[in-house]
Design a protein around this ligand. Structure first.
Ligand SMILES: [Zn+2]
Length: 321
């Protein structure tokens, strides 16, 4: 029998067996993970979905994969280009086929690669921003917000510490709409309905288990992040996802959830579109708008202001006002 690498848990994530052979690796805030990942045993091969922010977190993910399924990952999918879903890729290559949509790979190869080059050339600027946020944290009186700011800064520090060792690794297999991986135990469908959260978002649909690993299209008890989003297309994508037969969702951030989380994300985006449209009509400053009470106990409070700003810019650009 092949010796299975020991796995004593990770400080970057906790494992949740969603159903036999499918595991969510749920990020621990303030570590090298940030986004969630997932491990899917296909029977004769193993799929890993998303690879965390740091090499160290991804190494733990590979160790967990080997421990849980008896083999390393044969396939990795990047649901979208964000660093907390892609920066651990190098741990899985070249043994694993790394898969994304064509658009996601293009963005990784251009925009993200350039950004990493700039970060490496001028790390002082980022460390300065981290120090400035530290001072802001000292002044913050809201306990929850303060905790979230501390997590943001801790994650950024882990990323910066890792950056010199990063060998930014691109997907080597791409698809434009749909791709199926056929396993002996279960098959998975990689699907994109275009871009909503980013310019291109993919999800992993597992019909046999009535579940989906959604990337950042669905978050659980976290405010969705709209920095690179097209809010209307995001809503359209959620309508299409709802046509699939899904009971359980592994979200991009937060704990494993039901389809209800998708409805909550839809409500959040719809509410923010209305809030910003109303503010524009009344000439009200976006800075004065508080987090709606329905979302006050969610995490990612630190994204609320930039979400309003992103929606404002999208409305201006698309002439929706
Ligand atoms: Zn994301």
């Amino acid at each position: 029998m092949r010796e299975i690498m020991a796995f004593a848990g990770s400080r970057h994530f906790h494992l949740n067996e969603v159903t036999e052979g499918i595991y969510a690796a749920v990020a621990v805030p303030g570590t090298g993970s940030l986004g969630n990942a997932a491990i899917v045993d296909l029977g004769d091969a193993t799929l890993v979905v998303d690879t965390f922010t740091t090499i160290q977190a991804a190494e733990d993910l590979q160790a967990a994969t080997e421990y849980l399924t008896g083999r390393k990952a044969s396939y990795v999918i990047n649901t979208h280009w964000h660093s907390d879903h892609t920066c651990g890729n190098q741990v899985f290559a070249p043994e694993a086929q790394i898969i994304s949509t064509t658009t996601t790979r293009e963005i990784m190869d251009t925009f993200v690669r350039n950004r990493i080059t700039q970060q490496l050339a001028n790390p002082e600027a980022i460390y300065k921003a981290i120090d400035e946020l530290d001072e802001q944290i000292q002044r913050e009186t809201n306990k929850k917000l303060r905790q979230e700011m501390q997590w943001d800064n801790a994650s950024d520090r882990e990323y910066m510490k890792m950056l010199p060792d990063l060998v930014y690794t691109l997907p080597n297999l791409t698809f434009d709409q749909h791709m199926t991986i056929h396993g002996s135990k279960r098959s998975v469908e990689l699907i994109t309905f275009g871009g909503g959260h980013t310019q291109s978002d993919a999800l992993v649909y597992i019909p046999k288990d009535r579940m989906a690993i959604m990337g950042d299209l669905v978050l659980s008890k976290h405010q969705p992040v709209l920095m690179y989003a097209n809010p209307q297309q995001w809503l359209d994508i959620l309508d299409k996802v709802e046509q699939l037969d899904i009971k359980i969702i592994v979200p991009g951030h937060g704990e494993v959830c039901s389809l209800n989380a998708l409805h909550q994300v839809r409500a959040y985006i719809t509410d923010l579109l209305k809030i910003v449209t109303d503010a524009v009509q009344r000439n009200q400053s976006l800075d004065e708008i508080p987090v709606p009470s329905a979302y006050q106990d969610w995490f990612f409070t630190t994204y609320f202001k930039s979400n309003l700003q992103s929606i404002y810019e999208w409305i201006e650009k698309s002439g929706k006002s």
